[in-house]
Design a protein around this ligand. Sequence first.
Ligand SMILES: NC(=O)c1ccc[n+]([C@@H]2O[C@H](COP(=O)([O-])OP(=O)(O)OC[C@H]3O[C@@H](n4cnc5c(N)ncnc54)[C@H](O)[C@@H]3O)[C@@H](O)[C@H]2O)c1
Length: 255
Amino acid sequence: MGHSPVALVTGASRGIGAAIAIRLAGEGFDIALFDVQAGQETAQAVKQAGRGCLPIQGDVSQADDRRRALEQIDQQLGRLDVLVNNAGVAPNVRADLLEATQESYDRVMNINLKGPYFLTQAVAKYMIRQRDQRPQGRACIINISSMSAYTASPSRGEYCLSKAGVSMATKLWAARLSEFGIGVYEIRPGIIATDMTAGVKDRYDRLIAEGLTPIRRWGQGEDVAAAVACCARGDLPFSTGEVINVDGGFHLRIL
Ligand SMILES: NC(=O)c1ccc[n+]([C@@H]2O[C@H](COP(=O)([O-])OP(=O)(O)OC[C@H]3O[C@@H](n4cnc5c(N)ncnc54)[C@H](O)[C@@H]3O)[C@@H](O)[C@H]2O)c1
């Protein structure tokens, strides 16, 4: 087994996932970077931080790709301490609930919910086996959900459903894995400046300026990565199934 702890970050070639991979490298993790894209820039930044990086090109919604990813991690890195389920997509078109298609529903649910759910299952089994060799080790699984887990947006119902599902998956896996010393956490980002939100920039600029979020600025990938680092380092040893909002206070009800 390798000496350095290893974190598997999905969707790490850009955006929030890239910020998470680079931050975890700074925290001393070697990184397995699993993305449909090649992710050379992130891999470069991880190496500049002095850590190893194993880029794995694959689609999180495909069972064969998930299996191959775990095999490569086992063969080349020999251990896995942290899983960050970050890869996710918005619907290709924002369609009204009355018009949205089953094709978009299946695509979004497969990538955002089914893929991470079964990747978690496979990784959890791996982490449980690993415990036999390292009984005192602590592992954790971190799900990147969204404020859409509880905020109804009728122009992207399938996205909201997928993120609400990720919230329940967090509770389910937290309940199941606590006996193995595996903490499971949900990070719930608000409005974060990435490619995903680039198309709605003007609208969100205006809403933020009008006070939609008590902290009046866009979130950055690094804001999300800071919360992930907190969980991955083991700073929350008596917490599991916990939700951390990284949303500038969007979730507060204010009167
Ligand atoms: N940007 C936001 O405001 C925001 C807010 C809340 C939650 N989120 C969530 O954060 C996560 C990251 O979002 P982002 O804003 O960085 O998006 P992004 O589109 O910038 O990056 C997503 C990354 O995931 C990869 N990816 C997409 N489908 C994949 C698949 N099937 N298998 C493997 N990799 C895949 C992409 O190649 C890309 O590298 C997503 O789960 C998203 O739902 C984002």
